[in-house]
Ligand binder design. Sequence first.
Ligand code: OGA
Ligand code: MN
Length: 200
Amino acid sequence: MEALSLPKSWNVDQILDDLDQHGFTVIDHAYPAEYVQQLMQECTENLNRFRDAAIQNGVISKIRSDHILWINEDLEIAQQHIQALQQLVQIFNATFYLGIKEIEAHFACYNAGEFYALHRDNPQGKNGRMISTVYYLHNEWQDNWGGKLHLQDKNNVWHTLEPKPNRIALFQSDLLHEVLEAKHQRLSITAWLRSDTPIL
Ligand code: OGA
Ligand code: MN
């Protein structure tokens, strides 16, 4: 994959139109098979470094039970995904004047039985998260494996999105959503497009 061009399968007009009309969009077949394989390998090689997402700054929360690994320069394959998102940021800033400056991202692993209860990534504009993106990187996802993303759009209509492999769900960070309990291991990268510098 070329580092600095938008992947061919990303339909920018559709993405902008969906975001404008509904506050969310879905990009399917996001990356070429070779890249998907490399990313999956990088994720699974590092699974032993994932930490309990419910514990942040020593505070334990009951609303989520997944495990995460924050992405920095040492995760070179995942960085290419962030670079692709960076291309979208330029378009979003030019179109919606979002003032996005930063991307923060982590891998997430939901093992069987794990979930993320109803929440907003940016309640009441408290942090700089403008747009949330979730890329699903497991090889397979069957309909009865749970783990669906349940999302309320900007018109208050609820949608159920399957975590299909090689799909990106992209939504306004102020929208209400949840991850239903997964029945199989569910692997993803969550990335937030932020209008400020993240404080981790
Ligand atoms: C999150 C989140 C949704 C998903 O990481 O904040 O809501 O489908 N993820 O994994
Ligand atoms: Mn979320």
